[in-house]
Ligand binder design. Sequence first.
Ligand code: GDP
Ligand code: ZN
Length: 335
Amino acid sequence: MLHRDPSAEPGRGPRLTSALPLHDALVVRVDFGSCVVLDPDGELIEATVRGRVMGPKKALGNTVVVGDRVWIEEEAGRRVVENVAPRRNQFSRRAAGNEPAEQVLAANLDQVVLVASLAHPEFKAGLADRVLAQAEHSGIPARVALNKADLAEAGVAEDVAVAYRAAGYPVHVLCARSGEGVEELRHSCQSRRSLMVGHSGVGKSTLLNALAPGIDLIEGRVNPKTGKGRHTTTAAWLLRPAPDLELIDTPGVRAFGLWGIGPRELEQAYAEFRPFLGACRFSDCSHLREPGCALRAAVESGGISRRRFESYLKLRDELEQEQSPQRGREARGER
Ligand code: GDP
Ligand code: ZN
């Protein structure tokens, strides 16, 4: 039975709805043409998405992502996403492929947890600093989880931890395998929707299992309707092992392309650089070799970690080359 319900969708005026009232739900998974949502009563259900919501391309793209709050309507026994609530933030990266395109990984986050390993594979500042810069750019707090402490050579954990603590990030040194340090990280994730990002092989799955014992990551990837496994290794998945714990697992990345950050904006995405920005003698200082460079002075005096400064220069170089191969070479004084 259809009836008019003027209160169902605020701001959109009266509209026709089915007898079942609209309700809101949380997107925990997005597939090609549908998504899995968590109902307020804790049930996982599959929902298709109204074409109007998808836009002219009739593709989900970035219109519905994990972490979105959506309005669900029941229609002939099927659940349909009618609307997506405005996001308070979103975490993106550059999509794979030659054409520049945005891929929104998740929305409405409380924090990003960068999962890295200290050994096997060794710590890679390139990925770590990209993820942290992207979080900073998106206004999302971030923390650093350094795994495989048991395999790290003496001093390595301390070295990396000091650099990131100095940059203002909470750092966890842990061993997912033995569980050391896991409780503290779990505590820091409590009541904070947390996006876990890391290289493949760093132990992110092991860590998730340690954070949420009993959660079966493989089981979680099974289609709730058909019971069949999903052929989806590229999408994020929101896990809620306890009412106050929401972890978003992302597939291990090989490369992480920044989105929406150009070479000139990059310095703003290194949070600890900010107090020194604008203090260089030359307003267009490239922080490479100009006299009176406040950033380089801060590196010399220990206010900025050399590790972070060097990764900044390297990353900026890459961004410059992406934008213009010729300009990148000129900036480095090459021809
Ligand atoms: P993912 O690709 O990031 O999900 O990594 P996995 O969780 O699959 O872990 C990759 C490998 O590292 C596996 O062989 C794990 O057993 C191992 N591993 C994970 N965490 C630790 C750790 O803290 N210490 C050691 N020694 N090995 C670990
Ligand atoms: Zn400078």
